[in-house]
Design a protein around this ligand. Structure first.
Ligand code: PLP
Length: 370
């Protein structure tokens, strides 16, 4: 039988062993997804506390049994309104959303077409669904077009074809050509799911993401995201038409067979989403983009960042780990990202900028990197 210690040894050998980092508050954090600093926002914290007092610590059961409480419903109404869809459904996490939605919407005989760099949760959901999986090279519209064409030729009647992409990619921080993808998908009568995990709070007039910014929200069938990143709390969501949401309530197994997230989590996420959409949210976004510009100018990066995620490409895994270690000695927390999170030989430091960062800290990090 394979022994776990042997597996661990071979991971270590390849510099791919992962260990939980010790908590160290003395470091300046350039690795979190709390892009607007909302995880410590007093309004959100007090919404959390009040909801614990009112509803208790836990939801006590699945949503379909007795776990569905007013904060869940309020959050879903707000998400639907913010996304301009008929309805929305909240999940415990973004991961549970991806897996639950894809496996509920797709089945054997359907086809799911994913960007090569799609998040692990989307890949896992696609695999679980039993649908045929097709992958196009990152942001490659021609290849996507080829796949859509070959699908529309061979698809059985009644089968579904679903295109899946992120709007902002989690490890590269670049944007998808979302308008073109949406138009191509429409043209071939396929469905489109967009994961806005790293665009919510960052892009769009009211911070609702890249689809909002591009004015193409109505071309998207499934708006997915998480409230654990710029939202500052936790929880995933799916915004769509009423029929799709009703179907998910009946078929999404990660929704049905799991205790509902604590009502206080939903209440806090509600408060986070409200802040993102408010004038205060706009100000935080402006601060964030100013900070991103400080980083860009001081590192001399030529490409204009499209999000708060800026990969510092290294390539070699050991070198990336070493650089991350050196930065740690200088007081910065910047993790090395390596296979299998990113393709082999593309190890990198994943720098994330927040509205909370002091510009002088960003400049010091930039100086170290240079
Ligand atoms: C983080 C992430 C998720 C998962 O969301 P969680 O709420 O953290 O489970 C899904 N998709 C993408 C692109 C992500 O970056």
């Amino acid at each position: 039988m394979r022994q776990p210690d042997d597996e661990l040894a071979s991971l270590k050998q390849a510099s791919l062993l992962r260990q939980l980092p010790a908590y160290d508050r003395s470091l300046i954090n350039f690795s979190s997804n709390d892009y607007l600093g909302l995880s410590r926002h007093p309004t959100i914290i007090s919404a959390y506390q009040q909801a614990v007092d009112q509803y208790g610590a836990g939801s006590t059961a699945s949503r379909l049994v007795c776990g569905s409480l007013p904060p869940h419903e309020q959050l879903e109404n707000l998400i639907a309104e913010a996304k301009g869809t008929e309805a929305a459904l909240s999940f415990a996490t973004g991961y549970a959303t991806s897996v639950g939605v894809l496996a509920a919407v797709l089945q054997k005989g359907d086809t799911v077409i994913l960007d090569k760099l799609c998040h692990a949760s989307l890949i896992d959901g696609a695999r679980l669904s039993g649908a045929t999986i097709r992958v196009f090279p990152h942001n490659h519209l021609d290849k996507l077009c080829d796949l859509l064409e070959s699908c529309s030729r061979s698809a059985a009647e009644n089968s579904r074809t679903l295109v899946v992409t992120e709007s902002i990619f989690s490890m590269d921080g670049d944007a998808a050509p979302l308008k073109e993808i949406a138009e191509l998908t429409q043209k071939h009568r396929a469905l489109l799911m967009v994961d806005e995990a790293h665009a919510l709070g960052i892009r769009g007039q009211s911070g609702m993401g890249l689809a909002e910014e591009l004015g193409i929200s109505e071309l998207i069938d499934f708006h997915m995201g998480t409230l654990g990143k710029a939202g500052g709390v936790a929880g995933g969501y799916l915004a769509a038409s009423r029929s799709w949401i009703d179907l998910l309530v009946n078929k999404a197994r990660s929704f049905i067979y799991s205790t509902a997230p604590p009502p206080a989590q939903a209440a806090a996420a509600f408060a986070g989403l409200q802040i993102i959409r408010s004038a205060e949210g706009s100000e935080l976004r402006k601060k964030l983009w100013d900070n991103i510009q400080v980083f860009q100018e001081h590192t001399g990066l030529t490409a204009q960042p499209e999000s708060a995620i800026i990969p510092w490409m290294v390539g070699d895994t050991d070198q990336a780990l070493d650089l991350s270690f050196q930065l740690r000695e200088k007081g910065f927390l910047v993790p090395a990202i390596r296979y299998p999170t990113v393709p082999r030989n593309t190890a990198r430091l994943r720098v994330t900028i927040s509205a909370d960062h002091a510009p002088h800290d960003i400049r010091s990090l930039a100086d170290c990197l240079r």
